[in-house]
Design a protein around this ligand. Structure first.
Ligand code: ATP
Ligand code: MG
Length: 322
């Protein structure tokens, strides 16, 4: 039996994840869905935002549907997302950016780079170690290359090798793996790439880059598709996978039934794709588009007045009415 762990998390996670779950349940009533509680709310109740118990629960699932968690600016508060990424070794962060005439997949290395966590802090000097390893680079570029094959596309490597030794290693490993795989590949400086991606999105297919560059690049690229409310992501390792909207818990709009659930719904579609149900994923995508275009229903961030739940119901109507 396929088991799906459902993590609402905090803030608008409590609103967008139930909508995405309902859509998954419509397509796959035979899956087992079980909740896992982590986040700031969990910390308030128990003093721990994510305990070993929750990690164990997540590991029993075939895939995790994840909302968003609030990370308060408190010293010693452990980031839940980082903890889960590490425990499940979710080294590839995939962020699709799809729109009129372009279809880009940003593949971000998720475990090392500038987010290595190796840091020193004093009032007058602080350092963060940027770690790039051969093993880490090989596995991320191999994920990217698999996607290039699936999509019959090409690869762009984003780096700053003119300044950073760590990116000389990253770039060279990526280029050499791409050459071995016989795929079309080029590499670009990340700053020039960010601008060009916005100007000529159709020129890109799979883009692979290091941790922080990928983080920034994919948020910037979400501009191409109408903002954060629409952008899904996947975090994939060799054994586990977690699917979450790119946006955070958005406390400013939480609890008002106005958050856009599309990013969460698209994350559910990526989850189905990962589990091998490509046609289910495609049905979700086309139903979102029909709800927007034919029914004309949209949430506030897209200029409409529909609530989170109402938009979700429209998508379910479209799925059932097919
Ligand atoms: P966090 O600290 O959890 O990341 P945040 O305040 O940074 O929370 P984000 O979720 O990253 O908030 O989003 C930034 C802003 O974008 C929010 O303040 C919100 O107004 C808007 N936003 C984010 N997600 C959505 C959504 N699904 N629907 C509508 N607006 C959204
Ligand atoms: Mg944020």
């Amino acid at each position: 039996m396929t088991k799906i762990a459902v993590v609402e998390g905090d803030g608008i996670g409590h609103e967008v994840i139930p909508v995405a779950r309902k859509i998954l349940e419509t397509l796959h009533p035979e899956f087992e869905y079980f909740p896992v509680e982590v986040g700031y709310g969990k910390w308030e109740q128990t003093g721990c935002p994510c305990a070993d118990q929750q990690i164990t629960e997540l590991k029993t699932a075939d895939a995790v549907l994840f909302g968003a968690v609030t990370t308060p600016p408190m010293k010693d508060y452990q980031s839940v997302v980082l903890r889960i990424r590490k425990a499940l070794d979710l080294y590839a962060n995939l962020r699709p950016v799809r729109g009129d005439g372009f279809d880009i997949m940003i593949v971000r290395e998720n475990t090392e780079g500038l987010y290595s966590g190796i840091e020193e802090f004093s009032p007058d000097r602080a350092t963060t170690l940027r770690v790039v390893t051969r093993a880490g680079s090989e596995r991320i570029v191999r994920s990217a290359i698999r996607l290039v094959h699936q999509r019959k596309g090409h690869l762009t490597i984003g780096h700053k090798a003119n300044v950073l030794k760590s990116d000389v290693l990253f770039r060279d490993i990526c280029n050499s793996e791409a050459q071995k795989a016989g795929i079309e590949c080029n590499d670009r400086f990340i700053d020039a790439l960010a601008l060009d991606l916005l100007q000529h999105p159709a020129a890109y297919d799979v883009v692979v880059t290091t941790n922080i560059f990928g983080d920034i690049l994919s948020d910037v690229a979400s501009f191409l598709v109408g903002g954060l409310g629409l952008a899904p992501s996947a975090n994939i390792g060799d054994r586990y996978a977690l699917f979450e909207p790119v946006h955070g818990s958005a406390p400013d709009i939480a609890g008002k039934n106005i958050a856009n659930p599309i990013a969460a719904i698209r994350s559910a579609a990526m989850l189905l794709e990962y589990l091998g149900d490509s046609s289910g994923a495609a049905r979700i995508e086309s139903s979102i588009n029909r709800a927007l275009d034919q029914e004309g229903i949209r949430t506030r961030d897209l200029g409409g007045s529909a609530g989170t739940r109402e938009f979700g119901d429209a998508v379910i109507r479209e799925i059932c009415g097919e």
